[in-house]
Design a protein around this ligand. Sequence first.
Ligand SMILES: Nc1ncnc2c1ncn2[C@@H]1O[C@H](COP(=O)(O)OP(=O)(O)OP(=O)(O)O)[C@@H](O)[C@H]1O
Length: 251
Amino acid sequence: MNTPIVRLSSVRKQFGSTPVLNGLDWQVMPGQVIGLLGRNGAGKSTLLECLLGLREADGGAVTIYGEDVNALSDATRARIGYVPQKSDLFEWLTPRQMLDYFKALYPRWNDAKVDALLERWGFDLPKLGRAISKLSGGEQQRLAIIRALGPDPELLVLDEPVSALDPVGRREFLRELIDGVIERGTTVVFSTHILSDLERVALDVAFLKDGRIALQGQLDELLEGAHRVVGAPGVRAEPLSLEDLFIEVTQ
Ligand SMILES: Nc1ncnc2c1ncn2[C@@H]1O[C@H](COP(=O)(O)OP(=O)(O)OP(=O)(O)O)[C@@H](O)[C@H]1O
């Protein structure tokens, strides 16, 4: 039987007196591509941060590749890529300097992939030599994605990775995710509010509500199983769209 890559057990987190994660149990299996959904403020970022050990939970346990997330070995850290919701790039560096810095931290770094992405995603020489603070929000988001993909992570965690990207940028990112990442068997967890994008890549979805995973399953099965009865009894039920399902589960 497959062992989960990520395991969260009874995780609790509150800010002040407001509970955000409320005894949350969750497992991520190898090769899963999970879209994490929830209303604004439901706690998606908090969950992803606790999952990665970037934010200390108030209770419960989190393991990644069987290791306690608060004591991850360097070897395990090197297997994880993360794109935070808010840019954490070193804004005073140029993109090239920042990427060189991260390259030095990782035992494995895919130069060919990084260079190909930089070229495909519009980082010409002038842009590569400009301080990151002078790049647009979308360019910074692309750079954060390139940085996370550099070490060929086996587990990729992305917090609203496409929120600042225009439709062309989103399409390019999704193509990279599908062709370059998912096909290699990478495990991916990503939060998004753009349901149409999620429908193109996520095989599984998980809904966060009231501090727990309220529903999780394969996207097509969830949609197939969820129907709205229209009209009089006996009238054929209509399958729900993902948007309908989102509203139904998270309201
Ligand atoms: N550092 C903090 N201090 C106090 N409250 C916080 C802090 N970080 C988050 N919160 C609160 O915790 C709740 C969950 O926030 P979080 O950012 O995890 O939600 P989210 O689901 O990612 O939201 P969104 O979809 O809007 O990005 C919110 O009510 C937020 O205001």
